[in-house]
Design a protein around this ligand. Sequence first.
Ligand SMILES: *Cc1c(COP(=O)(O)O)cnc(C)c1O
Length: 234
Amino acid sequence: MVKENLEEVERRISEACRRAGRSRGEVTLVAVSKTKPVSMIEEAYGTGIRDFGENKVQELCEKHEVLESDIRWHMIGHLQRNKVRQVVDKTVLIHSVDSVRLAAQIDEEAAKKGITADILLEVNVAEEESKYGFRLEETEQALREIAAFSHVHIRGLMTIAPFVDNSEENRPIFKKLYQFYVDMRGKNIDNVTMSMLSMGMTGDYEVAIEEGATLVRVGTGIFGTRYKIGENEG
Ligand SMILES: *Cc1c(COP(=O)(O)O)cnc(C)c1O
């Protein structure tokens, strides 16, 4: 089932790229495997997928421990500062940096391990009360503060769009974040490389790609439905 789902997702990604006049290579599919068993991840791995997303530290660590070492783990869920140490050297990218204090903690733990952590700043574009992330107006200031840390490297931005019935409803949100991303790229801030834009999930990844996403995070569309409890917790 995972294999067939992946073929479908891959086909849709390619078509969205084509519609947008983008090359397929500009978009990375992150397979969101949260709550799903190792066996399903292995199935996806068998088809060539190497980028997997998890939203809980403990689950990410457990899967990291038992699965192939060439998997690129993405932390996509809200991250608590006291858990940074556990994930900082197990992930290729932390998508969900939602405060300067969290970035400072990542900087500290990365420094201890002698590495530089790649991060995205999570932006709550839709200003939903229930979501984490910087408000768009405060993101540039945060970006400048975090850019001063020597062991984190900002690679771009991430957003979680609202849950909607019609994905077109999220197009303005993706457009807005893309515009801001291009704007920030133009400012050439030291220690900031604006090259990654993580937006789009199962319900809206095609629209997100049309609007400039470079990383799409697809869970249900690949692995099937999950129970919804504690979805966005670190
Ligand atoms: C769960 C999750 C996803 C994947 O959601 P689907 O709708 O199942 O594709 C993407 N991003 C984040 C941050 C998530 O927590």
